[in-house]
Ligand binder design. Structure first.
Ligand code: ZN
Length: 293
């Protein structure tokens, strides 16, 4: 375990966060189309300190979740990888700190049985592959990689790859190596882990539902990047392919999981990463909570 790991237990499942990057970002830039300073002020009391700092910056994490479920070791999303990210110098060629954090958590790449990508944007597929002798090859040689069929077909057929611009070196080589399974957006991974369609951010986007020993959880993927979006679902990002659908999905998600025992694990949330959506007047707030680990 290191500062780039967090661990929880959910029923019989073990959940481990493996972090690649934790940064602070200006919400006015991150959500530049929908940012509203009044919204931030309105929610400051529950956003601070985990999701908003004293300088008005949001915390943004890039991490994977490793799930131990029914004898399977499952990685959900694979971060950036060690590669050039065009237009993003700060996160290009960042080295293999992610694999170190994975090792600190007790896993070697060969331990991973299943990789799940919630969608195929560049910060969710990066460590699918590594560059070896000038060729991009699968990082997790023993794994089946699960890509949403609708998601894969959309980006494979898209002339403009948008934020899936690493499709050619982080997705297609896995398919070419015969390690990919194209699955439905509600695919059952184990008896305790299944996909739940949450489209809008991308057409085939899926969240990951967890249920074990009477305890319930859900991994957001990018249906939300920051907890303020549960309270203000109209806050979207440029990366939302269908802004209207993304907003509706956030609204539906908060309604479905708000005031329930379902622990929400945020794919880009900082701080304790997980918590519960709770009603607050006409709106929602996100109460960060550690799960007994
Ligand atoms: Zn993302």
């Amino acid at each position: 375990m290191s500062e780039n790991n967090l661990k929880w237990r959910l029923g019989d499942m073990q959940i481990t966060l493996v972090r690649e990057i934790l940064s602070e970002t200006d919400p006015a830039q991150m959500f530049h189309k929908s940012y509203n300073a009044d919204d931030v002020a309105k929610h400051e009391s529950w956003l601070k300190p985990h999701f908003l700092n004293d300088n008005g910056l949001f915390h943004l994490s890039i991490h994977a979740f490793v799930l131990e479920s029914e004898g399977q070791t499952i990685m959900v999303d694979t971060c950036l990888g060690n590669r050039v990210i065009p237009g993003y110098d700060r996160i290009s060629n960042i080295g293999d700190g992610f694999l170190t954090a994975l090792a600190d958590a007790g896993y070697e790449p060969a331990d991973i049985d299943t990789v799940v990508c919630t969608h195929l944007h560049f910060d969710h597929v990066g460590w699918n592959t590594v560059l070896k002798d000038g060729e991009w090859v699968p990082t997790f040689p023993q794994a089946r990689y699960l890509f949403g069929r609708q998601e894969y077909e959309f980006w494979a057929g898209a002339e403009e790859k948008g934020f899936a611009f690493t499709f050619g070196d982080a997705v297609q080589p896995v398919v070419d190596a015969g390690l990919a399974d194209l699955v439905d957006s509600d695919h059952q991974v184990t008896g305790e882990v299944w996909l739940e369609p949450t489209p809008g951010h991308t057409p085939g986007h899926a969240s990951v539902r967890l249920s074990s020993g009477g305890e319930e959880g859900v991994i957001t993927g990018d249906m939300a990047h920051h907890p303020i979006q549960f309270a203000e679902p109209q806050w979207g990002m440029d990366a939302d392919e269908d802004p209207q659908m993304a907003t509706q999905t956030r609204r539906d998600f908060a309604k479905k999981y708000g005031d329930t025992d379902v622990t929400v694990f945020g794919t880009h949330f900082g701080g304790p990463t997980c918590g519960h959506i709770r009603s607050a007047g006409e709106s929602w707030e996100f109460r960060a909570e550690a799960v007994a680990g």
